[in-house]
Design a protein around this ligand. Structure first.
Ligand code: UDX
Length: 481
């Protein structure tokens, strides 16, 4: 077996085994990373869970024979696509029973992956395999070591969030992990993070999250098992120039390669690869009918839930503001069984002022000239996509990394504004924030700043840009391992 740590001795091209994390916000950057690796001459075995495969097939209206990378392969890229069972039948509701699902993903999934990786290696023992796994998985270092593979961890969020999670020990020593829910203090002891207020920490670090699966997973990967600290290389979907200090400090500990924004890194503009878990509604015709810079795009990503009251306040605010809007209202956006989340008669009141869809092609929407702003939950993909398209943000973070991402967007880069101060939002605030994003001095300031940050992103992906160079350096270091 020439694979793994003997990569340098192998005459074969590096062959990545990559198992995607089963969430939309992780699938998008993973698929793009695969394309990037393949376009740089790597072979790839890309793996989805059977459940994700079935969702992708359904969203495409295709049979279960969906071959994710067929088109990519036609362009000569060496990509094999396969699936692994997560241990549950596909019809099992993983969202309704998320605790049972994640308990099993922690307890039983690693053994499946172990067996699966062993099988792949045995099927072609001459290949120079390495493992790429999402940092949020709890098993990569263990499995990579067992099979003597180079272990590459892929972090899909900003370096700031990584730095905070990386120093759970410091947070604990200083009494900030778990962090009391209602204190506001500035922390200035995290390497590479000049100062951060406790209110901007990820909610899963808070005392109220102590029993959550998210906290359990983060503690396991960054603290107890230190899976990520054992990785040979860490790829991050961010840009060096944007998070220079955090990345430099992390680089003292482990080799970090900022290679973002990966979703725009391959130059494949057509969705050649299936990524969408839900069918997209066509929004182009409607957007085409609107004047330039007149439409607010509203979406809270693929996962987060909020209350009916908040959705209704936002709905009233949108109506009152008279802005044209395109709003992604997922059927599970509210954390109850209530299906009528919008105010009574809302659709009639809205008429042509707004278009409400369950899922759309977000990048197409954001790059449409009709768009003037993005009301977002600050998921990291959404943030990067909004910057890439030069669209200022109205920020309403709800969970995971989003409050910390908000700090970058609003406080550090000044390319977005807060929707509200507390958790609850009123229709008056919605109107006020929409107005200031559309015109006036706030709007002018946002436009100036987002142009600057957008240029940083574009430069990073240019031939001699930092992300491109970091990617090449990663491949060089990988081959030398
Ligand atoms: C999750 C976390 O919530 C997020 O904070 C983390 O950074 C990644 O994992 P999600 O909440 O789905 O992701 O948000 P986000 O990171 O913004 O990813 C959503 C993706 O879905 C984006 O790439 C976006 O383009 C896409 N999308 C969203 C669509 O294609 N259509 C839609 O209608 C809405």
């Amino acid at each position: 077996n020439q694979s793994g740590k003997n990569m340098a001795k192998s005459s074969q091209k590096p062959h990545a085994i990559m198992i995607a994390f089963p969430f939309q916000g992780h699938i998008n950057p993973s698929v793009n990373l695969v394309m990037k690796l393949a376009s740089k001459g790597c072979a790839i075995t890309f793996v989805h869970t059977e459940f994700i495969h079935q969702m992708l097939s359904k969203s495409q209206n295709s049979s279960s024979e969906l071959d994710l990378f067929a088109e990519a392969r036609e362009s000569g890229l060496d990509i094999r696509y396969t699936t692994i069972s997560d241990g549950f039948p596909v019809e099992f509701d993983r969202f309704l029973h998320s605790n049972e699902y994640w308990e099993s993903m922690l307890r039983d999934f690693p053994a499946r992956v172990d067996e699966f990786v062993g099988k792949i290696i045995r099927s072609d023992p001459q290949s120079a395999y390495f493992l790429i796994a999402d940092t949020y998985y709890t098993w990569p270092a263990t499995i990579a070591r067992k099979h003597n593979l180079v272990d590459v961890s892929f972090w899909t969020e900003p370096a700031l969030v990584f730095s905070i999670a990386y120093h759970l020990d410091l947070l604990r020593e200083n009494g900030h992990f778990p962090c009391k829910d209602n204190i506001e203090e500035n922390l200035n002891y995290i390497p590479g993070v000049s100062s951060i207020n406790t209110r901007d920490l990820m909610p899963f670090l808070k005392e109220s999250s102590i029993t959550t699966m998210e906290q359990k997973v983060v503690v396991k990967i960054f603290d107890v098992d230190e899976q990520v600290k054992k990785a040979d290389f860490i790829l991050q979907n961010t840009v060096q120039e944007l998070e220079f200090e955090a990345i430099s400090a992390l680089n003292q500990k482990q080799p970090i390669y900022p290679i973002g924004p990966i979703n725009f890194s391959t130059g494949f503009t057509k969705p050649a690869i299936s990524q969408n878990l839900w069918a997209q509604t066509d929004t182009k015709t409607w957007l085409d009918s609107k004047p330039s810079s007149s439409v607010l795009y509203v979406s809270f990503g693929s996962l987060v839930q909020t209350s009916k009251q908040i959705i209704q306040e936002i709905a009233h605010g949108l109506l009152l503001s008279k802005v044209s809007f395109l709003w992604v209202v997922r059927s599970d956006i509210v954390n109850s069984n209530d299906t009528d989340v919008l105010p009574l008669g809302f659709a009639d009141d809205v008429k042509d002022q707004g278009l409400i869809v369950q899922w759309c092609n977000q990048n197409m929407v954001l790059s449409h000239p009709a768009i003037v702003g993005f009301m977002t939950h600050c998921g990291w993909n959404s943030v990067l996509e909004s910057i890439w398209c030069g669209v200022p943000m109205i920020c309403y973070p709800l969970s995971s990394d989003q409050p910390t991402n908000r700090k970058l967007v609003v406080d550090d880069w000044k390319i977005g504004i807060n929707l509200c101060d507390g958790e609850l939002v009123t229709r008056e605030e919605v109107v006020e924030k929409i107005d200031s994003t559309r015109s006036g001095t706030v709007s002018d300031g946002l436009k100036i700043e987002i142009k600057k940050v957008r240029t940083i992103l574009q430069k990073a992906l240019a031939v001699d840009g930092s992300s491109e160079k970091n990617f090449d350096q990663f491949l060089k270091d990988l081959k030398a391992k």
